[in-house]
Design a protein around this ligand. Structure first.
Ligand code: NAD
Length: 422
């Protein structure tokens, strides 16, 4: 009898499994496959020394990399740097990545990684040392045919460039396909930076038409102004929406006439955070969630909408830019109030989709134009949305359940034809 106690047990992992179990019931999923998919295939914890710039202190840092499923091809998923990252969080996110890749039809299983460190407390050289040593610790488990990291919370193009360089130094030749989200000079793709935010907003017209709402003039509220939130704000403005509030870790800003996103972007580039931007009134995170608006885009961190604050949400459409921004309770409360939620596994899949394009271009050494990339991104996102909506209507389930049915079915079919080894 295998004990139910798992190394990766955590509230977030329990939530990911509960979500999976709920959908498995609806699908009447094969019991053997169900048990198998509940656990990550590989989960790695590393510890490593990290020397501060002052040459006095050497800290020991924790790093993680979890590969949830190796059935579909190489594994794929971001690396996050945050003070509270743990194995349970990374394992939950790796599972979500498996469904996400399957929902949009990419030939990857899910992975996720992280280092337990506050990136804002590091100098550039400290950040570089953390990245290179973490990469060296997991080097035998990553590679273009094996597992391909990408940026996530607290990591960016520069971090990916250092990961690619470290891996390449060990290989003895350049291996651009080992990570995605790299700078274009290193084999990164154009339009990757904007991909997740752009992908999120690309689903707004179909969502609006589904709920019978106009996109033009719609009031949009965005939580998080990092990679996802910022490009979602730009894309929403390009669609003719009015972005009335934005917040980040420092606080929020609200302007009922619409914020000037280009100016806010410039402010954040110069000052690092939204706080202090003069283009609107100061607003707290909880006030932001409760604003009168048509569209809410949570695009910062997980679990921000929960049983205690979800009923304050007035948005008609919630586009999940972040991973896991709603707890299962919040999801139910918002749907009961009539909100239409486009779940993370579908909504923010634009990032991994363009990461897939980047990997294909690196492997083929043949680069595409921006029009090709943006056109293919829109096509994949829109097709996935329509397929998920059709399942939701056919089975009379919500969009999250429908998306997961689609993803889990694809993975299950593949597992069953591959069989059990040996
Ligand atoms: P980022 O680090 O670029 O930006 C994060 C933003 O959230 C920043 O504005 C930060 O100030 C804010 N933030 C951080 N902690 C916060 C807190 N406790 N309260 C309020 N705001 C907080 O990260 P990102 O790449 O934009 O990722 C945001 C979310 O989207 C994450 O959940 C990530 O997993 C998810 N995601 C990212 C991508 C991608 O391509 N970058 C793809 C899919 C999903």
């Amino acid at each position: 009898m295998i004990s139910d106690q798992m190394e990766w047990d955590s509230p977030m992992y329990a939530e990911a499994v509960a979500q999976f179990e709920n959908v498995s019931e609806v699908m009447n999923l094969d019991d053997n496959v169900r048990e198998r998919l509940k656990r990550p295939q590989r989960a790695m914890v590393v510890t490593f020394p990290f020397r501060r710039d002052d040459y006095k202190e050497v800290d020991t840092l924790f790093g993680y990399r979890v590969q949830h499923l190796l059935t579909m091809g190489p594994t794929k998923g971001g690396i996050r740097y945050a003070e509270d990252v743990n194995l349970g969080e990374v394992a939950a996110l790796a599972m979500l990545m498996t469904w996400k890749c399957a929902i949009v039809g990419l030939p990857f299983g899910g992975a996720k990684g992280g280092v337990r460190v506050n990136p804002r407390g590091l100098s550039r050289s400290e950040l570089q040392r953390v990245t290179r040593r973490y990469t060296a610790e997991i080097i035998n488990f990553i590679g273009p045919e094996q597992d391909i990291p990408a940026p996530d919370l607290g990591t960016d193009e520069q971090v990916m460039a250092w990961m690619m360089d470290t891996y390449s130094q060990h290989a003895g030749h350049s291996v651009p396909g080992v990570v995605t989200g790299k700078p274009p000079e290193l084999g990164g793709t154009i339009a990757r930076r904007e991909a997740t935010g752009r992908g999120v907003i690309s689903l707004l017209p179909s969502s609006a038409s589904h709920v019978g709402m106009n996109v033009s003039g719609a009031r949009v509220v965005i939580h998080g102004f990092g990679n996802v939130g910022r490009y979602a704000a730009i894309a929403a403005t390009e669609l003719g929406c009015s972005v009335i509030a934005v917040s980040d870790i420092s606080g929020g800003v609200y302007n009922s006439n619409g914020l000037e996103i280009a100016k806010l972007g410039k402010w954040v580039d110069e000052n690092g955070v939204v706080e202090g931007f003069g283009g609107g009134d100061v607003i707290t995170q909880e006030e932001l969630f409760a604003l009168d608006c048509e569209v809410l885009v949570p695009a910062a961190v997980g679990g921000v909408l929960h049983a205690d604050n979800a009923s304050s949400v007035k948005a008609r459409i919630v586009l999940e830019g972040a991973n896991n921004p709603l707890t299962l309770d919040a999801d139910e409360i918002i749907r009961d109030q009539g909100g239409f939620i486009v779940p993370d596994v579908l909504c923010n899949a634009g990032g991994v989709t363009v990461s897939y394009f980047e990997w294909v271009q690196d492997v083929q050494k043949y680069f595409w134009s921006e029009n090709e990339i943006v056109g293919r991104l829109r096509e994949i996102m829109s097709r996935a949305f329509q397929e998920v909506l059709a399942i939701a209507e056919d089975k009379k389930v919500d969009m999250r359940t429908a998306a997961l049915i689609k993803g889990i079915k694809r993975v299950t079919d593949a597992k069953l034809v591959r069989g059990v080894y040996p």
